[in-house]
Design a protein around this ligand. Structure first.
Ligand SMILES: *[C@@H]1O[C@H](CO)[C@@H](O)[C@H](O)[C@H]1NC(C)=O
Ligand SMILES: *[C@@H]1O[C@H](CO)[C@@H](O)[C@H](O)[C@H]1NC(C)=O
Length: 580
């Protein structure tokens, strides 16, 4: 009897490993979700003092003091919550999402050491939790923040567009999304601090998320009738996609995380970029470094392998099995340890890959991804393997086991109670650095979701082609340089009473520099549409508002925000508005 049991157990080792991952996820999921919510103001249990919708990085106030709100962390965390909301998995999150959007609208306007809202302030990495500026020295700017915030808000905007009207989305969400996208479109080609706030150069994660934001931003602008920005966003998206290719290191078989910093460039930056730009419709596209692309898989192997010999807790683990992974092998912050969110990201990339292989019913091995796949099946050669083949079955089972292994590592070093700090010790696995890191919890949730086959909406990554020559942001339609004017027709639908007229005033001399007294009167020939055509400077950001006068006396301004558009470099443009 005992012998039979033992042999049955040994046959079932992988099933047992899977069961333990299942049970860890069952226990940890609600803890991670509660951990996220506890860190969101105003009523999160660990975020006292945070304004509504403000995400604290961690409640830790000493060594390290993380009681601040980072645009990157907050946006990634809320992206995960918005995913849950729009999929219907958790419809109770609407109020939190509205709070987040409102908080970001305030934070965008806070002048800070990076600048004002219109002079680079959006690149400020973090703020005090009462929504005031953090003014001490820091690694600034960090240009991934506006892009990630746009991506989170765009996902919500696309939901709201189905839920309400175009006009509602245009007036509530578009102004903040547009500020972020204009920033990205204008500044993607400037140097930035990386997501770890240490290296000022260009950063793969930043470029990848900027590319994504510009693509989905152009699509949303089109859906909202904000056509004046679309060409520029698409042009700058093509430019960023072109630039993105330059991070690939074909000799080393990995994506170089940063252009500066003097390191190997092997970094969780690249796996994080892959999962946060995952678009299930894009298959295993290597141009956008999709999770199952040959480049992203090759890079993942190089990144994972870089931690095998340097962390004591990884010793004795087979060379093709999961290990603890951190930010980058040269890391020395807090002793340079594995990070929970980095280990979870490896698993998530692999689960994302499995989702796509299953959907397309095949898996391709190329010369670029050969080393990744040969660690599981040494005899495999380049080729495409249909789901009916034993090669496909063997490889996908091995990748699943490999992915689960990273969750098992995560589980092994998660203390009883389930709290997720920032790091776990490279020598003995105990939690290190900030406790209850909001991003650690969110990263666990998205990895668990990917394991269950959950995907979030795509962003238009399918079928993109890389321009043959890379342009900088100043060329190809993005920059200024034109001194001419373009004719803009302003149409606004406004019902009026007898004696009442509609006027326009705005940010440039031909729109009377915001003067209500000299504002230009519109023509009511097509009432209730009022119209006027004005020559404004080409290639410029133009803001304006309509006002009402009764018998020539000002009675009301349109509500905030200002109407805003980018004038084209030539030709003409029509703005179709509805009085607000
Ligand atoms: C909009 O969303 C709210 C909250 O989920 C829901 O109660 C309402 O029915 C939705 N309305 C429409 C038109 O979809
Ligand atoms: C700007 O873009 C060009 C063209 O892709 C690229 O060569 C250059 O490195 C970029 N510079 C920065 C700082 O992004």
């Amino acid at each position: 009897m005992r012998v039979v049991l033992l042999s049955a157990l040994s046959v079932c080792v992988s099933v047992l490993a899977q069961t333990s991952v299942d049970s860890y996820i069952a226990t940890e999921s609600p803890i991670a979700k509660a951990g996220v919510l506890a860190n969101i103001g105003p009523s999160g249990s660990k975020s006292q003092g945070a304004k509504a919708g403000v995400v604290i990085a961690s409640p830790s106030t000493t060594n390290p003091d993380y009681l601040f709100t980072w645009t990157r962390d907050s946006s990634l965390v809320f992206k995960a919550l918005i995913d849950q909301f729009v999929s219907g998995a958790d419809t109770t999150l609407l109020g939190q999402i509205q709070n987040f959007v409102a908080a970001q609208k305030i934070i965008q306007q806070v002048s800070n050491p990076s600048g004002t809202v219109s002079s680079g302030g959006l690149g400020e990495p973090h703020y005090n939790i009462d929504e005031t500026a953090f003014t001490a020295a820091w690694g600034r700017p960090q240009r991934d923040g506006p892009a990630l915030r746009a991506t989170a808000t765009i996902e919500y905007a696309n939901w709201l567009l189905k839920n309400t009207s175009v006009a509602n989305v245009v007036s509530t969400l578009w102004p903040t999304i547009k500020l972020d996208l204009d920033y990205v479109a204008a500044d993607w080609n400037q140097t930035t601090f990386d997501l770890w706030e240490e290296v000022s150069s260009s950063s793969f994660f930043t470029t990848a998320v900027q590319h994504r934001a510009l693509r989905e931003g152009a699509a949303l602008a089109t859906a909202l009738g904000q056509t004046s920005v679309v060409a520029n966003y698409n042009t700058q998206a093509a430019n960023t996609l072109c630039f993105l290719q330059s991070y690939w290191n074909p000799t080393g078989g990995y994506i170089t995380a940063n252009t500066g910093g003097g390191r190997s460039g092997k970094d969780a930056n690249t796996a994080l970029a892959s999962i946060h730009t995952f678009d299930p419709a894009a298959g295993c596209d290597a141009v956008t470094f999709q999770p199952c692309s040959d480049r992203a898989l090759s890079s993942l192997k190089v990144y994972v392998d870089s931690f095998r010999s340097i962390y004591t807790i990884n010793s004795g683990i087979a060379s093709n099995a999961a290990v603890a992974t951190g930010r980058y092998p040269e890391d020395s912050y807090m002793g340079g340890n594995p990070w929970y969110l980095a280990t979870a990201a490896v698993a998530e990339q692999l689960y994302d890959a499995l989702i796509v292989w299953k959907a397309q019913g095949s898996l391709s091995v190329t010369s670029v991804s050969l080393a990744f796949f040969q660690q599981f099946l040494p005899s495999v050669t380049a080729g495409t393997y249909a789901a009916s083949t034993s090669t496909y079955t063997t490889l996908t089972a091995a990748v699943k086991t490999f992915a689960d292994g990273f969750i098992a590592v995560h589980a092994k070093y998660t203390p009883s109670g389930g709290g997720l700090a920032e790091q776990y010790s490279r020598s003995n696995g105990v939690p290190v650095s900030a406790v209850d890191l909001t991003w650690s919890y969110a990263a666990a949730l998205t990895a668990f979701g990917a394991r269950a086959g959950v995907t979030s909406p795509g962003w238009g990554a399918a079928g993109l082609t890389v321009p043959t020559t890379c342009q900088t942001s100043g060329s190809g339609g993005g920059g200024g340089g034109s001194t001419g004017t373009v004719a803009v027709t302003f149409n606004v639908v406004a019902t009026t009473v007898i004696g009442e007229d509609i006027y326009i005033t705005g940010s440039v001399p031909s729109l009377q520099n915001w003067s209500p007294d000299t504002a230009l009167i519109l023509n009511p020939d097509n009432y209730p549409t009022w119209s006027i055509t004005v020559n404004v400077p080409a290639s410029s950001d133009i803001q304006y508002k309509y006002i009402r006068k009764f018998n020539g006396v000002l009675t009301s301004w349109e509500s905030d925000p200002n109407n805003d558009f980018q004038s084209p470099s030539s030709g003409s443009l029509t703005r179709n508005d509805v009085w607000r």
